[in-house]
Design a protein around this ligand. Structure first.
Ligand code: GLP
Length: 241
């Protein structure tokens, strides 16, 4: 794993932005894997700035998001669809027909999982996947215990994940109990992965990621089996390694 250490969250967002723009320029018709959560917000802000300055275009970019809550409609402000439009897609020149997120409200959720896999494969797989890190080691919404061989699937969210995400909702009771997420094997098929981690509260998780045993008990450790992973982390997040 290639580790890029930066001072703080601002520097992390800047570095991630440079990295991504470089890949968008280098790879024709780039397929990006995108993530939600607070960590990539700074990256998205910077990408918008670079787009406005004329430094990058997303016209030929296709995007696939990692996950979506089950039961939240696209227009629900807490859906990841809404988040992505609000934080990125509404402000850049990406074609919405090239934007994909798993659908959280469909009659056939299992069918939606296979359809999402099919779409990723049809696009030729993900060139660069952005990831955040859950406190319990989850990537996407793959909670501890998820098989490394998993493909896009429906998950029951851990109590700790629902608590961590409750800050976006009026109360914890409103946090969905299920999500649809790319599987670990789906993520691992990305040609390149960029993991973003910021802040002291993630320091223990980063230690586990780098020094712990590679195990389904801490899903992110699987990334050590991938030959092109870059961890961009700040001093706080790297404080225990
Ligand atoms: C959420 C998302 C993940 C994200 C993680 C960390 O539950 N499903 O994709 O990476 O938790 O979030 P944050 O960046 O807010 O710490």
């Amino acid at each position: 794993m290639n580790i890029i250490k930066v001072k703080d969250y601002e520097a992390l967002s800047e570095k991630a932005c440079e990295y991504l723009i470089d890949r968008i320029r280098a790879v024709e018709k780039t397929v990006l894997g995108l993530a939600t959560g607070s960590t990539p917000e700074g990256l998205y802000k910077r990408l918008i700035e670079k787009y406005r300055e004329g430094n990058v275009s997303f016209k030929d970019v296709t995007t696939f998001n990692l996950d979506e809550y089950v039961g939240l409609k696209k227009e629900d402000p807490n859906s990841y669809y809404y988040f992505m439009k609000d934080k990125l897609f509404n402000h850049i020149d990406v074609e919405m027909e090239n934007v994909y997120l798993p659908k959280g409200v469909v009659a056939d959720l299992e069918g939606e999982c296979s359809e999402y896999e099919r779409l990723i494969q049809t696009a030729g797989n993900i060139d660069v996947q952005i990831l955040g890190l859950g406190l319990n080691g989850h990537i996407g919404f793959n909670e501890p215990g998820t098989a490394f061989s998993s493909r896009t699937h429906i998950v029951e969210l851990d109590a700790s994940t629902r608590e961590a995400n409750a800050r976006f909702f009026d109360s914890i009771d409103e946090v969905p109990t299920q999500a649809i997420t790319m599987g670990i094997e789906t993520i691992m098929e990305s040609k390149e992965i960029v993991l973003l981690v910021s802040g002291e509260k993630k320091a223990e998780a980063v230690k586990q990621l780098i020094e712990g045993e590679v195990s389904e008990d801490f899903p992110a450790t699987v990334l050590r089996n991938h030959d092109k992973v870059t961890l961009i982390a700040d001093e706080g997040a790297l404080g225990k390694v």
